[in-house]
Design a protein around this ligand. Structure first.
Ligand SMILES: [Zn+2]
Length: 525
């Protein structure tokens, strides 16, 4: 591509730009765009674009000049369509993505073959999909605590393949650059992700630049642990630029506003104490929410029942005093999340009065004044009403169920603070299917080190709810003074411009996530 040029035509200074177009079979052709078409395409050509720009030209002028075909726009008749949602384009993108990942050196939370080193951020199932006890693909790097818990999740795993990384220390790996075959050093530091026991982020430095993969993370704004994490991260980055931030974007939408875990834990204790005659069940995963259970145990001076496998994990984590498998010792039980349901609670209530407590950030996404469980909600929608966040109370979603805004993922304002701190050049969300998906660039483009006008466009919009969300997102953006969408065609083009993906099907389900790091460029799936 050349930069914009001007030429004299009929005594009038006229602007043009020359581009090289390449089709899906790699045939190339020169294209000249004139006058206002320069303005249309220029924003797409700014630095920092990491994927090919797909352009469709309709009604253009084709000319043969010295045996070469050139195309150009025909005054204002030609139509330019950018990154259209066509099957051919989607296939082309997928192929390119795979090609880039074939040359990978490092995989994070991604377990297909072709990498020289594999990194695990934490042991939640959506990060270990594809990993098994028979793993043989290479060394697997993880935190010390994850390594301790590893045999519980993968009995029979060859533990000699585990490489422990202590939090806060730099490690050097000797790897091979796939493209040249030459040796190269990659440096990595694990940083507390404050998500669940053993969870870490990975900061990589190498010939590919500086990249941070958060895995799942919670970035609360106050507390010693947060201060420690912030200092460690800034020390690790020093004055270096972060080229790519792979971000836990689970709640990357201003709709998600919830308080700190300590505030939410107090709400759980209040619910329990205000139901002195009730049995209590709390839905948890096989790892995570330990701090919540410990808070309850210590505040009420009681033990908490957990199922036998969970007790084993509690013991591995060093919590010997606060948990039991004897139901007679306590009225508070932590049960697997999958067994927590209205049916379960209806059944339990035929035996004795029981209430359920579900800690989750999900219901705190609101639409109007209703949350996804359909109940009324007074929770605030964005960081501007932060003063109300801490008073966002637990909600009674059903006769027997309270949902408490206790989450191990960052809420929107925390994600924003994190990005403000790091100012990465580029951001990629690692969660491709979350309940209210918005490409992080939509909100945080203005915080990135270089202008990125091209957050993903090839999203599918499945229902009218998407339009609502687009409008909400747009309002929010306007409120924050962002202007990431160019031109007066903003409303008309917004469906194509705004990288928002929402799927009813995926509201309560998140898919596996992870990336491979190639020597030149890498893209998360
Ligand atoms: Zn997780």
């Amino acid at each position: 591509m050349q930069s914009t040029q001007t030429t004299e035509i009929a005594g009038k200074s006229t602007r043009f730009i020359e581009l090289t177009l390449e089709d899906l079979e790699n045939n190339r052709i020169t294209c000249t765009l004139w006058e206002e078409y320069v303005d249309v395409i220029l924003p797409y050509l700014e630095e920092g674009r990491f994927e090919p720009l797909i352009v469709i030209l309709q009604m253009c002028r084709a000319k043969v000049f010295r045996d070469r075909v050139k195309v150009s726009n025909t005054y204002d008749v030609t139509k330019l369509i950018f990154d259209a949602k066509l099957d051919e384009i989607a296939t082309s993108r997928k192929d390119k993505k795979h090609a880039q990942m074939e040359g990978g050196m490092i995989s994070v939370d991604k377990w297909s073959s072709g990498s020289q080193a594999y990194f695990l951020t934490h042991l939640h199932a959506d990060h270990t999909a594809g990993l098994s006890s028979t793993w043989k693909r290479g060394p697997l790097y993880c935190s010390r605590l994850t390594a301790r818990l590893f045999p519980c999740k993968f009995p029979g795993f060859d533990l000699s393949l585990l490489r422990v990384l202590d939090i806060g220390s730099w490690y050097s790996l000797s790897l091979t650059t796939p493209s040249s075959g030459s040796a190269t050093n990659v440096y990595v530091k694990a940083i507390d992700a404050q998500h669940c026991p053993g969870s870490v982020m990975y900061l990589f430095r190498g010939e590919f630049g500086c990249k941070l993969f958060t895995g799942d993370f919670r970035w609360e704004t106050t507390g010693n642990r947060v201060e420690f994490g912030r200092t460690m991260l800034l020390d690790a980055l020093k004055n270096e630029t972060l080229d790519i931030l792979y971000l836990d974007n689970t709640y990357c939408n201003p709709r998600y506003a919830f308080p700190s875990r300590e505030v939410a834990a107090r709400q759980v204790v209040d619910i329990i104490t205000s139901h002195p005659k009730h049995e209590i069940i709390i839905g948890i995963d096989s790892l995570g929410k330990e701090d919540l259970l410990l808070y309850i145990s210590r505040a009420l001076n009681i033990k908490i029942w957990v199922w036998p496998e969970r007790l084993q994990i509690m013991h591995l984590l060093g919590f010997h005093e606060n948990f039991t498998t004897q139901t007679s010792l306590t009225r508070v039980r932590a049960v697997p999340r999958y067994s927590f349901s209205i049916e379960t609670l209806n059944g339990l209530n035929t035996l004795r009065p029981t209430i359920g407590v579900m800690p989750s950030g999900l219901p705190w996404a609101t639409k109007g004044n209703r949350n996804i469980f359909g109940s009324s909600s007074a929770s605030c929608l964005n960081k501007d009403c932060g003063k109300d966040i801490d008073s966002a109370n637990a909600k009674r979603n059903h006769e027997y169920i309270f949902v408490v805004p206790y989450s191990d993922h960052s809420c929107f304002s925390e994600i924003q603070e994190f990005i403000e701190l790091l100012r990465p050049i580029n951001i990629k969300g690692i969660v491709s299917s979350s309940s209210c998906y918005i490409e992080p660039h939509y909100y945080f483009d203005h915080l990135c080190g270089s202008k990125q006008a091209f957050w993903r466009i090839n999203q599918q919009f499945e229902n009218e709810e998407v339009i609502d969300r687009i409008e909400d997102a747009e309002k929010q953006s306007a409120k924050e003074g962002n202007s990431t969408v160019v031109g007066r065609k903003r409303r008309i083009d917004q469906v194509d411009f705004f990288g928002i993906r929402v799927s009813r099907v995926s509201v309560l389900r998140r898919l596996s996530r992870g990336v491979k790091i190639a020597d030149t460029e890498y893209i998360s799936e």
